[in-house]
Write a protein of this length. Sequence first.
Length: 215
Amino acid sequence: EIKGLLFDLDGVIVDTAKYHYLAWKELAEKLKIPFTEKDNERLKGVSRMRSFEIILEIGGLELSKEEKEKYCTIKNNIYLEYIYKLKQEEVLPGVNEFLNDARKKGYKIALGSASKNAGVILSRLMLTDTFDAIIDGTKVNTAKPDPEVFLLGAKELGLKKEACIVFEDAKAGVDAAHNGGMKAIGIGRKENLPNADICIPGLFHITIDDLMNQL
Ligand code: G6P
Ligand code: MG
């Protein structure tokens, strides 16, 4: 029986992918690396450092660890300027209703995100108290598709992994759920998330009961 719901943040709760893109684009321009919105798809669900390494690969550039860290900090500062302006209305359609309904029905809810900025994002969106547990990039060592972030989420909810399902918009996240022995609800297009157990365009016009009937 499913008792816990584990949610990715970026692309599931809030559309921060566009701000990650704008920040990476600004950095790529400084380094004279061409970087498109299509390239940005490859960065979804991927850690900050790994994202930068993908951009460097695109540009055919190699940098030292220190330089990479310096640029990652610059990117994050650009990103944070957008995040500090993030408005509550930027929560994705249906998310608040979906979460409130699930809470009322007794489900436990956790965040499972690679982002080190999850805390500030949830607080900007007034969602901190909606989550019974928050697992983010500051708490985990291994990135998705490793299941660590979701296994820790289940643990902090006091539930077995078999009692949890995952909501993800990235392939790496769907794989992380499966690697942890959990089912994954894909948020987005089926062609981008072929492995998801169910795929839906978003959390609007749907309830947890509808999903449970389909699983
Ligand atoms: C999420 C996003 C990625 C981002 C990563 C790290 O997984 O989908 O695009 O790179 O978090 O986020 P951070 O806020 O720590 O740079
Ligand atoms: Mg995501």
